[in-house]
Design a protein around this ligand. Structure first.
Ligand code: GLA
Length: 701
């Protein structure tokens, strides 16, 4: 038996065998490591696929040809030759959590290195590096980052789709006979094809995600014995990756995890890097966008900041409209100089005012973009990614700058650096409001892959120069939410849609892979600017409160009652955020008859948010059976408080009143088994329950 390699994270385990020739065979992938066993030998010698000696089909990153008839994960050629690759002569090395496998193809003259990492948080990740060891250029058509294995039998895939303002809609489909494929060609993570999947079979559930903000491919291919290979990697434009002799292609990193908790732990403990080394309590934010749009008036902005501070808001983010001559969205992107018409004395008076109130100051940039109506475009029309001779396709009247050119990146760095260096700015909202289309450099060659890396490089450079600054990743709302972006940013703008009803689904979907404290969630005005729906302040606030809370309205337009009410929600958020955002504390349930439930639990406190979306169909709601993650604490509990103080119910019994008023003590285990018999909420309303343990109460394990 040849060498068996086990990558074991404690939660997931991958067993591989390195053959003399061909790709590493996947012996098993699942929660348990599999040790060498004679059964593998019998299986191996019994394979049939039409060839006299059948090539294995469950392998990492299969290359095409040579008896493998499935979807090749690596493909390319050398001017039409060497269209078949076959790696062998594998070596492997281990360094801490990393295992590196290196294989060679002496015929096509290629070297492949696969890095497999068993993460302390429980994930397993994989990434590839392919090097041209020949004397001529090698055109790489595809080089996936990873392959994971799903068992034979019925398989359901959960993916995320959506549009602008309606991100992270979950879809479940049963896989059929053919190859399942999702390709993103928008040049940014996108609103409609997030690089994240959950694969569910009768015996196994796992999630996968590609840490990348550009074009991607996720492919699920059926093997001869009915198992499935799950491939994740970058999607190239034709001719986009041509490796000169000695040159290498490095893939993004793909991750697999057993459940949402492990993904959250990974993001918190391993992926994100915080100014000061650790995340500070997530500050309540005021974002100026929906309250002001492009109409920036210094006096009003200062007054809004003062009102915000009085509400308990801790960070003031000046959105779009402060630079160039940006009175609407048709001009000035690229002209990152402060608009002297709106800010005759510069931004300093506003920044000083905000910081003087004890709040942090943040500012909006959309660095990658240029409007044709701008000074920058006048001076450098060739800086935009376009193809000569082809029509220029505008989106939101803007074009994308070629950040792979150092003069362009240097220009942008200089502009951003000037604002950050001259003001007390501690936060950037980094926006990106259009897809890439026919994105070519001056040489006419596709640039999407290089552009994605150049954006990362610019972010990294800003972070290195200003290590105390946090960055929010925004792309027309949630168009750039992925583990590549999260590696360098600290918050995502989950969606431009702040309608609380829409947010129920958006936030539920987004939180499968992203922890709640990273998801920006704002209380905005009613009627809502995107949908026109009217919602109570209670509903808007409670739907936002467990995430990274913000306010996006003009606080000067609030009535006194609204201001008092908003203050209560902000105070409640501050009191509960340590729990909402604590490692391992948050939970979320599948919605039932329009009722969404999520929250956070510890041995000292349980917070349950219950929100009714559409009107229920059932005559009465099913008792709320709290999940194990909540009931594990055992003991006797009661409901301590209910927010809002006067929630809206369709009907409520005397017993339910007693339960909500805290008069009833119950075993937490019963809240899991029998469930909490909550009253039926009116549609588009919510309540927040704070549960407390009864000291000295009887404990159930
Ligand atoms: C995008 C963002 C919004 C806002 C506007 C400004 O749409 O998603 O939050 O910043 O741009 O133009």
């Amino acid at each position: 038996m040849s060498e068996i390699i086990i990558i074991d994270s404690g939660q997931l385990s991958l067993s591989l065998r390195l053959p003399d020739l061909g790709m590493p065979e996947i012996l098993s992938f699942g929660t348990e490591p599999v040790e060498p066993d004679p059964l593998f030998e019998i299986e191996r010698s019994s394979r049939v696929n039409g060839m006299d000696v059948a090539a294995p089909s469950s392998v990492l990153l299969p290359t095409g040809g040579m008896g493998f008839f499935g979807w090749p994960a690596i493909a390319g050629h050398r001017g039409g030759r060497d269209f078949v690759a076959q790696f062998g002569n594998w070596t492997f090395s281990r360094d801490g959590h990393d295992t590196v496998l290196v294989g060679h193809d002496p015929v096509a003259k290629l070297e492949l290195s696969i890095t497999l990492t068993a993460h302390p948080s429980g994930l397993i990740s994989m990434a590839t590096k392919l090097t041209n060891r020949g004397e001529s250029d090698y055109q790489l058509d595809r080089c996936m980052a990873a392959t994971f294995l799903a068992p034979a039998g019925d398989l359901q895939v959960m993916s995320f789709t959506g549009i602008w303002g309606r991100e992270f809609q979950t879809r479940r489909e049963l896989l059929g006979n053919g190859t399942w494929i999702q390709e993103n060609r928008r040049g940014r993570t996108s609103h409609d094809r997030f690089p994240m999947l959950f694969i569910e079979s009768e015996t196994q559930i796992f999630g996968v995600t590609l840490g990348f903000s550009g074009n991607h491919q996720m492919v699920i291919d059926r093997t001869d014995d009915g198992q499935r290979l799950v491939h994740l990697g970058e999607l190239f434009e034709p001719g986009e990756v041509i490796l000169a002799p000695g040159e290498s292609y490095r893939s993004p990193i793909a991750y697999a995890g057993a459940d949402t908790e492990d993904f959250h732990a990974f993001v918190r403990e391993e992926l994100m890097t915080w100014p000061g080394g650790a995340m500070s309590p997530r500050p309540v934010t005021l974002n100026t966008w929906e309250g002001n749009y492009f109409d920036h008036r210094m006096d009003s902005l200062k007054a809004q900041a003062t009102a915000a501070a009085e509400l308990g808001i801790e960070r003031f983010v000046l959105d779009d409209g402060w630079f160039g001559k940006r009175d609407d969205d048709t001009t000035s992107l690229g002209d990152w100089d402060i608009d002297a018409r709106k800010y005759p004395e510069g931004l300093k008076p506003l920044v000083d005012h905000v910081t003087g109130l004890g709040m942090q100051f943040g500012i909006w940039f959309e660095p990658e973009m240029v409007n044709p109506v701008s000074e920058l475009y006048k001076a450098h029309p060739d800086w935009a990614l376009t193809i000569e001779g082809r029509p220029i396709l505008e989106s939101r009247t803007q074009l994308v700058l070629d950040l792979t050119r150092s003069e362009v990146s240097d220009y942008l760095f200089g502009k951003i650096d000037a604002v950050l260096s001259n003001h007390d700015v501690s936060y950037i909202k980094w926006d990106m409001n259009r897809d890439l289309t026919h994105a070519a450099g001056r040489d006419g060659k596709a640039k999407t892959a290089a552009q994605t890396r150049a954006v990362y490089a610019l972010m990294d450079r800003i972070r290195a120069a200003h290590p105390d600054v946090e960055i929010e990743s925004c792309a027309s709302g949630g168009g750039r939410i992925d583990y590549g972006a999260l590696k360098r940013t600290h918050r995502v703008w989950t969606s431009d849609c702040t309608d609380a009803l829409e947010r129920l689904e958006i936030q539920r979907g987004a939180s499968v892979f992203v922890p709640p404290e990273i998801l920006g969630s704002h209380i905005s005005a009613s009627p809502n600017h995107q949908t026109g729906r009217r919602h109570t302040l209670a509903f808007r606030a409670l739907v936002a409160i467990a995430y990274h809370l913000g306010v996006e309205l003009n606080p000067l337009e609030l009535s006194d009652e609204e201001r008092d009410e908003l203050k209560v929600y902000i105070e409640t958020y501050k009191r509960l955020r340590d729990l909402f955002h604590a490692p391992g504390a948050s939970f979320r349930m599948e919605p039932l008859d329009g009722r969404y439930v999520w929250g956070a639990a510890s041995a000292e406190k349980i917070v349950v948010i219950v929100a009714q979306g559409p009107q229920m169909v059932g005559e009465q709601p099913a008792p709320l059976r709290l999940p194990d993650q909540v009931t594990q604490f055992g003991g006797q509990w009661r409901i301590k408080t209910v927010l809002s103080a006067e929630p809206q119910f369709i009907r409520i019994s005397e017993g339910q009143k007693a339960l909500l008023s805290g008069a009833v003590t119950f075993a937490l285990s019963s809240a899991g088994l029998a469930g909490l018999p909550l009253p039926m909420l009116t549609p588009e309303s919510a309540l927040l329950l704070e549960l407390e343990p009864i000291k000295g109460g009887k404990t159930h394990g």
